[in-house]
Write a protein that binds this ligand. Structure first.
Ligand code: ZN
Ligand code: ZN
Length: 130
């Protein structure tokens, strides 16, 4: 894959955060470094990086796409109270049965919904962000 300085900047920004941001957030950050960058360029680079397997994507229930530079296998927890997206390591779903039935699995994206410990404490029960 051909690397442009823009793509490098986008990848670096995503590697420096654990917050699983969306494209608009990445765009705002890239603009601090490359003021003349366009949102279209950021979208295109994010797509190319995802297609190349350099980034993971995850979609929340409300349909917004979030990016993750950590491509190691992990699940995500999306908080319905504050919208925070956290990494969940060590969680696995057993896909062996599917494979036994003849399916080929190319990837698993697990998103778990609920309330994060902070929101449970705040007792913000079932306030959905959408
Ligand atoms: Zn929360
Ligand atoms: Zn993640």
């Amino acid at each position: 894959m051909r690397y442009s300085s823009r793509r490098e900047a986008i990848l670096k920004i995503l590697r420096d955060t654990k917050s699983h941001p969306n494209a608009e957030w990445v765009y705002a950050k890239v603009r601090e470094q490359i003021p003349n960058v366009s949102l279209g360029t950021v979208y295109r680079n994010l797509k190319e990086l995802s297609d190349a397997g350099e980034l993971n994507t995850l979609e929340t229930e409300c349909g917004s796409l979030h990016f993750d530079a950590d491509t190691s296998p992990h699940a995500h927890f999306v908080c319905n109270g504050c919208g925070a997206i956290s990494d969940v390591f060590g969680y696995s779903e057993d896909t062996a049965a599917l494979e036994k039935s003849g399916y080929r699995i190319d990837g698993v994206k697990t998103v778990i919904y609920g309330l994060c410990p902070h929101c449970v404490k705040e007792n913000k029960a079932h306030t959905r962000l959408s």
